[in-house]
Design a protein around this ligand. Structure first.
Ligand code: ATP
Ligand code: MG
Length: 781
């Protein structure tokens, strides 16, 4: 068949085209943000298919998120039509690994229906092991052990491969516990996240015939965001690619932001050594951002040492400068950004109108999201949170998922433990203990333990009947999952909702999920619950069942949930995106807000505490990733007060603000700061047309900043025993009538009355107002 004409090549510049057309052998595309690496990678897939070099299912393409995989597939689809449907091997390292592992699970002692544990389950398991080993969990927390084990897995170390130099880990017990943990996982027929890849690597290394089968299948391998691969992922790729070496990796050393999770930027720097004769393509033209944005990002990243260094240029129009603004606190920051977004939506000033879809708020830490969520809910601004406090982590969702897990794999002991007495069935700790002892005695799962216990009447009274109902339920649901006909026993204690033969239509798993939640009594538990959260929980459960519709089986759904790194539901309504900087990698938005550029938040405290520059440099790369997500308008902000986990903290602007080049930055007036000329009376001492660098000294020496600082220090200087006291209480007790105060919006005024935590204030310009005390500070006039 003759190759079809190739319009997709016409969209590429010569360097990109070279990377696309070098079909055979290793190719490395090493280039800065927005230079079209992902675009070229997609074009390469199209080209491979178009040139009949491979069938769609013979291409292995590794993307950073599942969403990125979907996008890539749809782009290929747009160019080649149905062919894209056959691209079965496009996804994240994890999703691809699950697929491989399901086929060969027995080679690592698992069954093909193994469960994937989330961090919560993982911690619960580790806690049990730590307790059993007589280790004080307070001194040696499970979380620490989880980190150590993850670290080993990221470096592809099974327990027997942990080097003796690390034997001291976790009070000398690390390797031993790691081994026990792996054994427990095997008994549970479960894996954790790190295992998904590690098991594949072990299988590839131990069973050359299996490896060969995949080497033959994946004729071409493509990897996006290669700079963030860890050792285990690197081995996984190298094993698969070493026969034909048709591997194309793209990445940017300046965007390596997962070092804390074991990513090794060295992998990308070593590529040419690993694959001699590799075609190395460098791209320099940025197609995403305006020159100001690009210049700001480049200036920040230039502070890092040991970079490969890249020149980036753009043909884009100059556009607006990067905007910088300081706020009184995090709430104020959220309020201002909310207003900006609404303004941009309407097309304020000379700006074009923007859809909410065009705008994103990228935060350093997920706790920053709450202020935005609260504000946007208040003003009715539609938003979606990606990678934040996740839907699937809520209690009711986790309970429901545990039921689903039991239905799919009845031997899932963690799921059993979670729901055997939820809702309360009178199966307290004692009953569960009996089940555990029996399970251990017969060497089987808890469900089997329960069955055996019932058979020999080892549990009496109401508990027995309840346990029987539970076991019967799980049996019935499991049968339904397998589409097996099961007849309820004559003496069944309940009348099952499920017909004897489950309906075999496409939605039967959705119906089954509803049945499980009803039969188990879980739905009625929340219906009878009188707490204010109960209705919301029922809503969430409905949402969960709705989410199931997009999958064709319960197992497929469970797998999806275990794998998603972000909440990726697609909805019709336009929304602003709120996500972490880490999750934003590879994405682009016309308008980007980067809030919370404060010392201790960004760069994070942890990176500042670390000795050496490694942590800080990674934070700086994160700043670079953040700025380079923006196409047209990038706004950086900081607040002088922030409530972090219920505590007020006073904040200093981030050192990265220092590193922004003045010529490309416009400093905006903080809202509510008084005075006419911004630079003179209220601002930080800059004029908007400044050409010099914005330095922290400028900021701190400006009258506006000093005033902000004065206001900042006050609320946080609480005595330690008053930690839980509200700021209002502290503040209000400090005022007397007649005292002069300052309010951010209304300016100076005099207290005329005090009532609870509220003050009556006669403002010089704004007149009499009632104000909550914490919103004002004493005026130092
Ligand atoms: P990142 O490092 O952030 O992942 P990237 O190098 O993968 O960036 P892409 O996302 O592929 O960059 O491309 C950035 C933007 O530039 C996209 O909107 C893309 O469509 C556009 N683009 C890339 N190459 C070209 C080109 N040759 N002509 C026109 N537009 C291009
Ligand atoms: Mg990309």
């Amino acid at each position: 068949m003759a190759a079809r004409p190739a319009p997709y090549l016409d969209d590429l510049n010569p360097a990109q085209r070279a990377a696309v057309e070098a079909l055979d052998g290793p190719v490395l595309m090493l280039a800065g943000a927005g230079t079209g690496k992902t675009k070229a990678l997609t074009a390469r897939i199209v080209h491979l298919l178009n040139m009949n070099r491979a069938r769609p299912n013979e291409i292995l393409a590794v993307t950073f998120t599942n969403k990125a995989a979907r996008e890539m597939r749809s782009r290929v689809g747009r160019m080649l039509g149905d062919v894209a449907e056959g691209m079965a091997w496009m996804g994240t390292f994890h999703s691809l690994s699950v697929k491989i592992l399901r086929r060969h699970a027995e080679l690592v002692g698992l069954k093909s229906n193994f469960t994937i544990l989330d961090t919560d389950d993982q911690l619960r398991l580790l806690k049990q092991l730590i307790a059993a080993a007589n280790i004080d969990e307070k001194r040696w927390p499970a979380r620490l052990l989880a980190g150590i084990i993850d670290g080993w897995k990221n470096r592809a170390m099974t327990p027997d491969r942990v080097p003796s130099s690390e034997a001291a880990a976790f009070n000398n017990r690390g390797t031993e516990l790691y081994e026990q943990y792996q054994e427990r996982l095997r008994n549970l027929n479960a894996t954790d996240f790190g295992d998904l890849l590690l098991h594949c690597v072990v299988i590839f290394q131990k069973y050359p015939d299996v490896l060969e089968q995949y080497q033959r299948r994946f004729r071409y391998i493509l990897v996006d965001e290669y700079q963030d691969t860890n050792v285990c992922q690197y081995l996984w790729l190298r094993l698969l690619a070493q026969a034909h070496k048709n591997i194309c990796c793209v990445g940017d050393d300046d965007q390596s932001i997962y070092g804390w999770r074991g990513a090794e930027v060295g992998n990308i720097l070593r590529f040419e050594k690993d694959f001699p004769g590799a075609v190395v393509v460098r791209l320099e033209q940025n197609y995403r951002s305006t020159p100001h944005i690009l210049a700001a990002a480049s200036a920040v990243i230039a502070r890092n040492e040991g970079r490969l260094g890249k020149t980036l240029w753009t043909e884009e129009q100059a556009g607006e400068k990067v905007r910088l603004i300081g706020h009184w606190d995090g709430e104020e920051e959220a309020r201002w950004i909310g207003e900006e977004i609404e303004g941009l939506q309407r097309g304020r000033g000379a700006r074009a109108r923007h859809s909410l879809e065009d705008m994103a708020i990228l935060v350093r830490a997920s706790h920053q999201m709450r202020a935005f969520e609260d504000r946007f809910l208040t003003i009715g601004l539609p938003y979606r949170v990606i990678g934040g406090p996740r839907f699937y982590e809520r209690q009711e969702i986790r309970d429901a998922m545990a039921y689903f897990r039991l239905a799919v794999s009845p031997d899932d002991d963690l799921a059993f433990e979670r729901v055997v007495n939820t809702p309360k069935r009178g199966l307290g700790d004692k009953a569960v203990q009996l089940v555990q002892i029996e399970a251990r005695a017969i060497g089987m799962s808890l469900l089997e333990g329960a069955r055996s216990l019932l058979a020999k009447a080892g549990i009496g009274g109401k508990g027995a009947a309840q346990l029987r109902v539970f076991v019967e339920g799980v049996d019935r649901w499991h049968a339904a999952v397998r589409n097996v006909r099961i007849v309820a026993p004559e003496d069944s204690l309940i009348e099952p909702l499920l017909p004897e033969t489950p309906p075999a239509n496409a939605d039967s798993h959705v119906r089954l999920a509803e049945v499980i939640l009803e039969e188990s009594g879980y739905i009625s538990m929340w219906q009878n619950d009188k707490t204010p959260e109960a209705p919301g929980r029922l809503e969430n459960l409905k949402e969960l069942v709705k989410a199931l519709e997009q999958f064709d089986s319960l197992q497929g759904f469970l797998e999806h949930v275990a794998l998603i790194m972000d909440n990726e539901r697609e909805e019709a309504e336009e929304k602003v995106t709120i996500m972490t900087l880490h999750a934003a990698k590879g994405l682009e938005f016309p308008v980007v807000f980067l809030p919370g550029w404060e010392e201790g938040l960004f760069p994070s405290q942890r990176s500042m505490d670390e000795s050496g520059k490694k942590g800080l440099e990674e934070e700086r790369r994160l700043a670079y990733v953040g700025i380079t997500r923006a196409e047209e308008l990038c706004t950086i902000s900081f607040a002088s007060n922030r409530r972090v986990y219920g505590q007020w903290q006073s904040q200093m602007p981030s050192r990265f603000i220092d590193e922004l080049p003045g010529a490309h930055v416009e400093v905006l007036t903080p809202p509510g700061l008084m005075g006419g000329g911004y630079g003179a009376a209220a601002g930080f001492g800059f004029s908007s047309g400044m050409e010099e660098r914005v330095t922290k000294a400028d900021v701190y020496n400006s009258p506006g900043w000093r005033r902000l600082q004065e206001r900042t220090t006050r609320p946080v200087s609480q005595p330690s025993e008053a930690r839980n006291m509200t700021i209002e209480a502290t503040a209000v007790s400090a005022y007397v009538t007649g005292e002069r105060v300052f309010h951010q919006k209304f300016g100076y005024g005099e207290i005329t009355g005090i009532e609870g935590d509220k003050l009556d204030i006669e403002f010089d310009h704004a007149g009499l107002k009632k104000i909550v005390a914490r919103w004002v500070v004493p005026a130092h006039q």
